[in-house]
Design a protein around this ligand. Sequence first.
Ligand code: ATP
Ligand code: PAU
Length: 307
Amino acid sequence: MEEKMNFHRFTREEWQSFYPNGVPPLTESELMQIKSFNDRISLQDVQDIYIPLTHLVNIYMKEYESLQLAKGLFMQQFVGSTPFIIGVAGSVAVGKSTTARLLQMILSRLLKKKHVQLITTDGFLYPTRVLKEKGILDRKGFPESYDMEKLLAFLNAVKNGEEFIHIPMYSHESYDIIPDMYETITQPDILIVEGINVLQLPQNQQIYVSDFFDFSIYVDADSELVRKWYLERFEALLKLAKNDKNNYYYGYANGPKEEAMAMAENVWEKVNLKNLNEFILPTRSRADIVLHKKENHKIDEVLLRKF
Ligand SMILES: Nc1ncnc2c1ncn2[C@@H]1O[C@H](COP(=O)(O)OP(=O)(O)OP(=O)(O)O)[C@@H](O)[C@H]1O
Ligand SMILES: CC(C)(CO)[C@@H](O)C(=O)NCCC(=O)O
């Protein structure tokens, strides 16, 4: 593929050999902690893929800190430390939040002094009420469904070291922004920002979201596989919805299964696959790292951007 000329391409074995030892493996309790948030995660991936990846992130961080210091010296000014921001992009249901959580856990463990926080851009979606007013309820996840000004202001506040920043929260269960509930970001050293839109170009703004990123990862897989993961996750959501009247899928969960699955297949095709092809996939070449997955979420290839 043309775009991939901009990348060094490594097999899993090659990538793993870049950091084969020199780091103590994760302890049993740390591995259990990882399993506890998703028991399907391959611990081999953690060791083979994520540990070398966090070391690469550390290299980028050291470079970033030294540039910040040199700029301060040049300006003859004290410049406090500025948070390092990592973007995690990719399709709906490709596994961005799982990757982002793994990265957060491993970075916190390897860099014990660093305060690592994680957010998703889902919180910056317009609430359903506003999407309806704008007539774009069926465009959820597309660029116009996000309050990009708010996301940019948030990233700016993080970089400027604001003490407490409150951001809205999104619920996959209610399929909406949760009213009056906020997440608080408290001066992290590293902030991981996960979302389908993190590498997208601006709609009307002067700056890009990615201008705030110091490192970025694109989680990639064949769209047929992602479709399968989307439908599997939907099935799991349906089970949870069965006895929960407040769940958006309550009606579907208690109706014929084929109807519910046909609806999800249609949403995949008309919304999420379309969004992937039109707006998400074209951002892949902007990432510093591409993690390519095959069946069972197994990472078979890692791409590192050349320049
Ligand atoms: N490494 C992994 N091993 C096994 N299962 C995984 C892995 N990563 C993700 N999954 C599963 O794939 C599905 C999608 O993952 P996840 O919710 O992390 O995706 P996402 O990209 O964050 O989705 P969205 O954009 O909709 O929030 C989930 O059912 C999750 O449990
Ligand atoms: C919230 C997003 C946009 C991204 O996480 C996605 O999960 C979503 O809800 N997409 C809209 C179509 C759907 O219901 O899957």
